[in-house]
Design a protein around this ligand. Structure first.
Ligand code: CMX
Length: 423
């Protein structure tokens, strides 16, 4: 069934289910909040509903009940369908979705002009978020909201906006790469390619055997969603809950992804590996890697790519990239350092005893693979992450409107209030 039809058939049942849960169990207590959590960034406080995916602390990402490691051969299009409906599309539905995205992929001319007008030093994430934000005037959601469309129907223009945004973002992101790093003129879309392969094509990275396109498909699948409590997803949902349209919400969320403790970590991660290789002056030995990392910790720095706010095991997305590297580029010098770090860093972090999760997250491996294929400008990596994460951010936003999600507005308290509670 076509994606929109499928959603339309599911939404009434989902609304009914949520209504009945709230009606029958509205006062049931599902958790407490401790002082530790109040001062600790709300870690572990269960206060959001997100059905697109879940992240178990000992399992990692699970999309609609399927562990991410079982989805590594899928296309991002299939993942988007799965995120929204809980089912993988049939071959026919997949084709229809690909055709739909392709038909929406034309980027308005003014977007190129806006990107061109930004100073050369502008970070690629600022370019991307600016380009997304300026398309706000295209929002069907805003037009229909202003025209008085009822709350129950708002998911439909939200769906249209999200589909348009997803369809356009690879061309925009690819142009940012070519513009920022002087790679030559914009490359037009190849309408015969799938979404991720077309993005790879428009980046203009040499890819004789097609393996960079395969890597991009995997990259886009692995980064697509990570439940809704992380900075970018939570920000997107909070903005969207004010009935701001998807252009406002996604560009806001991606500003959070641009932070070094979140999406920017993949840039930091590769910078760290390249710098280590440079500082040491040759392919480092295990002892040299250990000393280098220890030195970082002694200087109160974090080791990029390690640790996670939720996970307490090796991130399965890291495992997927590691497997890719072992299979495709086992002798690559940078990839070898990634393997050495995997061997060494967890032991050091456990020994130090501070990080709750000493294991690698997705960012610990992704950069080395991109680097191998000649995508060496690591300032750009968070844009790749963003293009993929837009799948999850939009899927969550469509579901939020489908479920008539309310304004998000938790309560803050003052230090005096806390002192009174403590007694
Ligand atoms: N290296 C050194 N110290 C680390 C560490 C690391 N990789 N990860 C955590 N720690 C330290 C923290 O800095 C903190 O120290 P202080 O008590 O001195 O402040 C302590 O261990 C406890 O932190 P935590 O509860 O384990 O971790 P948080 O939930 O606060 O933060 C994260 C999680 C990812 C920000 C953190 O592990 C980190 O900074 N890692 C490196 C950056 C990174 O890889 N980020 C990518 C995350 C993936 C994503 O969300 O996109």
């Amino acid at each position: 069934m076509l994606l929109k039809e499928k959603l339309a058939s599911q939404i009434p049942g989902l609304r009914e289910e949520a209504k009945s849960i709230v009606k029958n169990y509205n006062t049931k207590v599902i958790g407490d909040v401790t002082i530790d959590q109040l001062y600790g960034g709300m870690r572990g406080v269960k206060s959001l509903i997100c059905d697109t995916s879940e992240v178990g602390l000992d399992t990692g990402l699970i999309i609609r009940g399927i562990p991410i490691l079982e989805l590594t051969d899928k296309l991002p299009e299939e993942i988007f369908y799965l995120l929204l409906t809980g089912e993988l599309p049939s071959a026919e539905d997949l084709k229809a979705l690909e055709k739909d995205w392709d038909s929406r992929s034309n980027v308005p001319d003014y977007v190129w002009k806006v990107i061109d007008s930004l100073p050369k030093e502008t970070h690629p994430m600022v370019m991307l978020n600016t380009a997304i934000l300026v398309m706000e005037n295209e929002s069907e959601f805003r037009k229909q909201y202003d025209a008085g469309l009822g709350k129950d129907k708002l998911w439909e223009p939200m769906f249209e906006d999200c589909m348009n945004l997803i369809a356009r973002v690879p061309s925009i992101a690819a142009y940012i790469y070519r513009k920022k790093f002087n790679k030559g003129p914009r490359i037009e879309s190849d309408h015969n390619l799938d979404w991720a392969a077309d993005y790879a094509h428009m980046l203009g990275i040499e890819d004789k055997d097609g393996s960079f396109k395969k890597l991009m498909r995997l990259y886009m699948v692995l980064h697509s969603d990570h439940e809704s409590g992380n900075v970018s997803a939570f920000s997107t949902q909070t903005i969207g809950s004010a009935l701001s349209d998807i252009y406002y919400a996604v560009s806001g969320g991606l500003n959070g992804l641009a932070g070094p403790l979140h999406g920017l970590a993949n840039q930091e991660c590769l910078r760290f590996i390249v710098q280590m290789r440079k500082d040491i002056g040759h392919s480092p030995t295990d002892a040299e890697v250990k000393d280098y990392c220890q030195n970082l910790l002694n200087n109160k720095r974090v080791i990029p790519g390690y640790g996670h706010a939720v996970l307490r095991v090796t991130d399965p997305r890291f495992t997927a990239f590691l497997n890719w590297g072992k299979e495709n580029i086992p002798n690559d010098e940078t990839f070898k350092i990634v393997e050495q770090l995997f061997d060494i860093v967890p032991k050091i972090l456990i020994e130090q005893g501070k990080a709750k999760d000493p294991w690698p997250n997705v960012d610990a491996a992704s950069g080395s693979l991109l680097f191998h294929y000649g995508l060496t400008e690591y300032e750009y990596y968070t844009v790749l992450f963003s293009v993929s994460r837009i799948l999850g951010l939009t899927a969550q936003s469509i579901m939020a409107r489908a479920m008539n999600a309310p304004l998000i507005r938790p309560k803050s308290v003052t230090t005096n209030w806390v002192k009174n509670q403590i007694g």
